[in-house]
Design a binder for this molecule. Structure first.
Ligand SMILES: O=C[C@H](O)[C@H](O)COP(=O)(O)O
Ligand SMILES: C=C(OP(=O)(O)O)C(=O)O
Length: 408
């Protein structure tokens, strides 16, 4: 087990600066790629020997910097999931899987901010929502969106893992540490969490603390993400593509259910050949697409039909946000209200609902490097409903489950 630093963080190897003795721009030793990315975490860079990387076979190189991270096991040792947390996450995963399989008649609800940029605000949101989720726990299994990686259509802030300082510093080492601590703090409070896995190399740093994960619309067709799902010990929702195609999500669920052999990191961070058993708890998420929403009864029926003919369980999650709301949180609230009625009417196939909500409604733009300008508790990615609206939506969905039970 690695020795830990005074604050419980994993050890960091100090390496010489890239640009000479004092990092003042003196030429680097021959054979080293030279450069420092803006905001680089000082003192952690490793020289990049030109002959030692396939990414940079000749110098000068476009690979400017290589910074070694702790291993997944190192970070897990620094911020351990204590036995209570492990038991809590296991129980929450089992409940989620049972809902997806239809053996628990509650509804899965994945609710919370589009992205977490301020861990304290995420904890405050959880603390203020928990009384309602506990009250409705006989009808809903509520899992908090704690999205710490963000896939972007093009450029933009990439999430707490990639840029915890909101300053373009891209200190992934710190981002993983604060994200893992946040996920653990949420589990300790009794709030299950959901996240999206964007970079498969980083999944092992956080996955043991998460109840449910998503593969997003931008990565649902990626073989690496599908193979990753096959090895995860948690339920995973896979989205239709941004164009609105359902077929790739169904294909992804099939791939993930099968045993796979692929390359990835082991717990010690070594690149390894990994063999998986296959994950029977994956499912499709309908999130709408460029051509409009896909949450109607006909869309759900068409998708469950496709799942059935593919030999898969005909149950799915509907995302009321994103393409199903045109990223308008008021519209997402209407979608949830409509879904609640349909669940109450006994419509088959809907195992869960996702919706974006945070302390305050709407969204705001981040000015890189100026987090001090941000409103507390308002999304810096897609617009979100506020807490009152979140409570209303949860009650509507819980009423729907109650009504559906009366029909049976
Ligand atoms: O969920 C958040 C966003 O929809 C997603 O990360 C893509 O955002 P972008 O299109 O603004 O890059
Ligand atoms: C990025 C997200 O969704 P999608 O992949 O549907 O765009 C998300 O849920 O945060």
């Amino acid at each position: 087990m690695p020795r830990l630093g005074p604050d419980g963080s994993p050890p960091v190897t100090r390496h010489p600066p890239l640009t000479g003795p004092a990092g003042r721009g003196e030429p680097a030793p021959a054979g080293l790629a030279v450069g420092r990315q803006r905001g680089a975490a000082r003192g952690k860079e490793r020289p990049v020997p030109a002959e030692a990387t396939t990414l940079a076979p000749t110098a000068p190189s476009r690979l400017l910097r290589s910074t070694r991270l702790p291993s997944p096991a190192g970070l897990r040792a620094a911020i351990p999931a204590d036995p209570d947390v492990r038991a809590f996450v296991d129980a929450s995963r089992s409940a989620t899987a049972a809902i997806l399989h239809g053996t628990d008649d509650r509804l899965l609800v994945i609710i919370g901010p589009c992205s977490v940029h301020d861990p304290a605000a995420a904890l405050e949101y959880a603390d203020r929502l928990l009384p309602t989720t506990r009250e409705l726990a006989d009808r809903l299994h509520v899992v908090l969106r704690c999205y710490v990686e963000k896939p972007r259509t093009a450029l933009g802030w990439q999430g707490l893992v990639n840029d915890p300082g909101l300053d373009g510093g891209q200190d992934i080492d710190r981002g993983l540490t604060v994200s893992r601590r946040l996920l653990r703090d949420l589990a300790r409070r009794g709030m299950p969490t959901a996240t999206e896995f964007v970079d498969p190399l980083l999944t092992g740093y956080l996955a043991d603390l998460v109840t449910w994960a998503a593969i997003g619309a931008r990565t649902a067709q990626s073989p690496a993400h599908r193979q990753l799902c096959s090895a995860l010990d948690l339920p995973v929702g896979i989205k239709n593509t941004t164009a609105g195609n359902i077929g790739p999500a169904v294909d992804a669920v099939r791939v993930a259910a099968d045993p796979q052999t692929f390359s990835g990191l082991d717990a010690d961070g070594a690149v390894s050949v990994l063999s998986s058993a296959g994950n029977p708890d994956c499912h499709v998420i309908l999130r709408g697409g460029d051509d409009g929403p896909n949450y109607s009864t006909a869309d759900v029926a068409a998708t469950t039909g496709l799942l059935r003919t593919s030999g898969l369980r005909p149950r799915l999650v509907v995302d009321a946000s994103h393409g199903n709301s045109g990223k308008d949180h008021l519209r997402a609230e209407q979608v949830v209200a409509e879904l609640a009625v349909r669940v109450g009417d006994g419509e088959p196939g809907i195992a869960g609902v996702m919706v974006e909500s945070f302390l305050r409604s709407g969204r705001q733009d981040l000015v890189t490097g100026r987090p001090d300008l941000l409103d507390h508790g308002r999304s810096i990615t897609d617009s979100c409903s506020d807490l009152d609206a979140a409570r209303t939506m949860l009650r509507q969905l819980a009423d729907g489950v109650e009504r559906a039970r009366r029909h049976r």
